[in-house]
Design a protein around this ligand. Structure first.
Ligand SMILES: [Zn+2]
Length: 346
């Protein structure tokens, strides 16, 4: 019997992939620099993959009482600033294939989200065939969209620009949301997970709220991870900015299209998120075995065991069920049918 509600973690990455996977990536980039073709892809057996999951994300799911993780390739490893469009295409394809293998081995526990073959300065049109492939062949339910493929130099147009519209059109066509998610920073001013990630979240939100994207794509959906970066804490600032710019009420402007995950690693942060952002716009997530892996000496529990914080919020059971399950099913339009498929697969 599954728990009620189902606990859906909408933000997990395959950070424990077999070592030869990342090893090949290093060889691929070295070969690119030397002007040579990449070596053949390494072999990874099902048993090797099973082992990395059974001792990693699946173990953590069981310990923490979560049911399903929406799972994508390691975000810092996307490295869209490395190589060129061709290396990005080969790497994204390899990473997505590996996620598909995990989801096939553990269909009840993992459902895939695609990494895109983005490349700094290259039109995201080159991502379209990979999106189609991941949705139709792999049953993936979303994408991670990097607003800064240059890795901390912000050289590409903002998300408000029509430059990104080919991706938005595909998202609407397939009914898949995008999580706004940067990759590793190559600018030494930024720490990848400390400032670049939170900055990427905040920048992405701000670019979208001042854009016509939601007028042009009324049903499109974005998830701002890491609790929304600085956004919930500074909600008053964004409300005021929207007002000054005569954009109308911020809630009207963004809340049909923008959602926030709960990757905030302490209770006061979760309390603030739940107080500021309507419960319909919050999706449970932990990013387990990710950026912050330690145990909080103040609580004795892992910082990224975010379910504990939600459990402690002064919300009704109905509201918590939305955060844990209902909102994810609504935002990821293809999720329920994928869950149904995995349940009837026995
Ligand atoms: Zn992430």
């Amino acid at each position: 019997m599954r728990q009620i509600p189902m606990i859906i973690d909408c933000h997990g990455h395959y950070t424990t992939a077999p070592r030869q996977h990342e090893g090949w990536r290093n060889e691929q980039i070295e070969a690119h620099k030397a002007g040579k073709p990449p070596p053949p892809r390494p072999r990874m057996t099902d048993d090797e993959i099973r082992e990395t999951i059974a001792g990693g994300q699946l173990k953590v799911q069981r310990e923490r009482g979560t049911d399903l993780t929406i799972f994508s390739p390691r975000a810092a490893g996307m490295g869209h600033h490395l190589g060129d469009a061709r290396t990005s295409e080969a790497w994204a394809s390899a990473c997505n294939e590996l996620i598909h293998r995990v989801c096939t081995l553990f269909p009840k526990n993992f459902i895939g989200v695609a990494m895109l073959p983005q490349s700094a300065g290259v039109s995201p049109k080159n991502c379209i065939s990979e999106i189609d492939r991941c949705v139709s062949e792999y049953g993936f339910v979303g994408i991670n969209l990097n607003p800064d493929p240059s890795g901390g130099h912000w050289q590409d147009p903002p998300l408000s620009d029509r430059y990104w519209y080919p991706v938005y059109e595909k998202m609407v066509e397939h009914d898949i949301p995008a999580m706004i998610h940067v990759s590793a920073a190559c600018n030494p001013a930024y720490h990848t997970t400390g400032s670049h990630y939170l900055n990427g979240d905040t920048v992405g939100f701000n670019q979208l709220m001042t854009s016509s994207v939601f007028k042009d794509f009324p049903t499109i959906k974005f998830i701002i991870p890491h609790g929304g970066g600085a956004v919930p804490y500074h909600w008053g600032r964004f409300r005021g900015l929207a007002q000054d710019a005569k954009l109308g009420l911020l809630t009207d402007l963004v809340l049909n299209n923008i959602f926030f995950d709960t990757c905030v690693y302490h209770l006061p942060g979760q309390q603030l998120l739940a107080k500021v952002i309507p419960v319909d716009n919050i999706l449970f997530a932990s990013e387990m075995i990710g950026a912050v892996r330690g145990i909080d000496p103040e609580t004795g529990h892992h910082y990224d065991d975010t379910k504990r914080y939600i459990d402690q919020l002064a919300l009704s059971a109905e509201d918590k069920a939305k955060i844990f399950e209902g909102n994810a099913r609504r935002v990821y339009g293809r999720l329920s049918s994928m869950i149904e498929q995995s349940e009837t697969a026995d």
